[in-house]
Design a protein around this ligand. Structure first.
Ligand SMILES: Nc1ncnc2c1ncn2[C@@H]1O[C@H](COP(=O)(O)OP(=O)(O)OP(=O)(O)O)[C@@H](O)[C@H]1O
Length: 331
C-alpha cells in the first residue's frame, strides 16, 4: 500500500502563499525528504496531508484512507514543527497521556506493557535516564526528543516528522539519523520535512523540493543531482591533440575536456554523457586512439549547489552538466 498519495493539494493563504497543486506518492519502507527553504510550504503540506488543515483543492489518501478521515491517522506517528508539552508532567507522564490521545483506556495507559513501551521509546530517543524528570527541566533538544518518542510510541507504520532535528546539536542530529535508518530497517516509512541538507544527503531515499509553495522536483538523490551525466576518466598515454580526434567521434550531447594532465601522459578527462552506453562508446574511441583507461567514475553533484540553484540563490548549474539532460522530474 502506498503510504501517502496526494493529488493537487492546494492551500492558499490570504497573502497568496501556502501550497499549490502538490501531487506526491510516498512508497512504503523508504525515508522520503521534503526539502525547501523557510516558508516554502512544507508544514502547510504536511498539515493538509494528515488532516490538520483543510485543503482548498485537491485530494489524497493516507495509509489507504481519504486524508482528513480520522481512520487515516491510526497508523501514523507525527512530530509537529512547533512542539509544546505540559511542562509540569514528567516525560513518562507525557507519553502516557499521548497513549490516551491515541485511544488507549486509562487502564491500558498504566499497564506494564505500556510502561515497557514507554521505556523503549525513551531509550530509542536518548532520554532513557530522564523519563521521570519534569519536562520543564528538559532542554529544548530533550523536548524535541520527547516529541519524537511521542511520534514513535504506538509503533506507527508511517512516521511524519516536521523538522525533527531543528533543536538538536550535531551529535543529536546524528543520533536521529541513525534512528531513522533503524525505523527503515524495521520496514517503517519515514516522511521528513527539513531544510537540513545533511539529513537529506545522509538518509533520504527520495526527495521532493518545494519552493514558493510549488513542487519543483521529485526524485532520488542520484536523479536530482544528475549523477551519471558527468563522468571522470583517468587515462594514460594522453596527448592534447587527441582531444580533437576523440571529440570528432563523440555522439550528440556528449562533451570531453582534460581537467588535469601530467608530463608522463596520464590525464583526468571530464566527460558529459547521457548514459552508460555513451561512456562505453567513448571508451572504445579512447582505446582506438591508443589511450590506456585506468578509471571511469560518475561524478556526484553537490546538494548544496543544487539547493541554491533551485531557489535561485545562484545562477550556476548544479552539477556542471553541459548536456542539458535532466534526471528526476523537475517541474
Ligand atoms: N496560518 C497561516 N496564515 C497565513 N499565512 C501562513 C499561515 N501558515 C503559513 N503561512 C504562510 O505560508 C507559507 C508557507 O509556510 P510553511 O510554514 O508551510 O513553510 P515551511 O516550508 O514549513 O517553512 P519553515 O521551514 O520556515 O518551517 C509562508 O509564506 C507562511 O508565511
Amino acid at each position: 500500500m502506498t503510504m501517502l498519495v496526494t493529488r493537487g493539494l492546494t492551500k492558499t493563504y490570504a497573502a497568496g502563499t501556502g501550497c499549490l497543486d502538490i501531487s506526491l506518492e510516498i512508497k512504503p519502507g523508504q525515508i522520503f525528504g521534503l526539502l525547501g527553504p523557510n516558508g516554502a510550504g512544507k508544514s502547510t503540506f504536511v498539515k493538509m496531508a494528515i488532516g490538520l488543515l483543510r485543503p482548498d483543492a485537491g485530494s489524497g489518501t493516507l495509509l489507504g484512507k481519504p486524508i482528513g478521515h480520522p481512520e487515516s491517522r491510526r497508523g501514523l506517528g507525527y512530530l509537529p514543527e512547533l512542539f509544546r508539552f505540559q511542562d509540569w508532567l514528567t516525560g513518562e507522564e507525557v507519553l502516557r497521556y499521548h497513549a490516551g490521545l491515541y485511544g488507549k483506556t486509562l487502564g491500558e495507559t498504566r499497564s506494564p506493557a505500556m510502561a515497557s513501551r514507554i521505556r523503549d521509546v525513551l531509550a530509542m530517543t536518548g532520554l532513557g535516564k530522564r523519563g521521570q524528570d519534569r519536562v520543564r527541566q528538559y532542554s529544548k533538544g530533550m523536548q524535541q526528543r520527547l516529541g519524537l518518542a511521542c511520534a514513535l510510541l504506538m509503533n506507527p507504520e508511517l512516521v511524519i516528522l516536521d523538522e525533527p532535528s531543528s533543536a538538536l546539536d550535531p551529535i543529536g542530529r546524528y543520533e536521529v539519523r541513525q534512528l531513522l535508518e533503524r525505523l527503515r530497517a524495521e520496514g517503517k516509512t519515514v516522511f521528513l520535512n527539513t531544510h537540513l541538507l545533511e539529513d537529506v544527503e545522509a538518509v533520504c531515499d527520495e526527495v521532493a523540493f518545494l519552493h514558493l509553495g510549488r513542487l519543483r522536483a521529485v526524485g532520488t538523490m542520484r536523479e536530482l543531482l544528475h549523477a551519471g551525466t558527468s563522468w571522470e576518466t583517468t587515462v594514460g598515454g594522453w596527448q592534447p591533440e587527441l582531444a580533437e580526434a576523440v571529440g570528432r567521434g563523440l555522439l550528440p550531447g556528449m562533451s570531453l575536456s582534460a581537467v588535469r594532465q601530467e608530463a608522463d601522459g596520464s590525464a583526468v578527462l571530464r566527460v558529459t554523457a547521457h548514459n552508460r552506453e555513451q561512456i562505453g562508446h567513448l571508451n572504445r574511441l579512447l582505446i582506438e586512439e591508443g589511450v590506456t583507461l585506468y578509471e571511469v567514475k560518475p561524478v556526484q553533484g553537490k546538494l548544496e549547489e543544487w539547493f541554491l540553484s533551485m531557489t535561485g540563490a545562484t545562477g550556476s548549474a548544479a552539477s556542471g552538466d553541459a548536456s542539458g539532460g535532466k534526471g528526476g522530474a523537475e517541474r
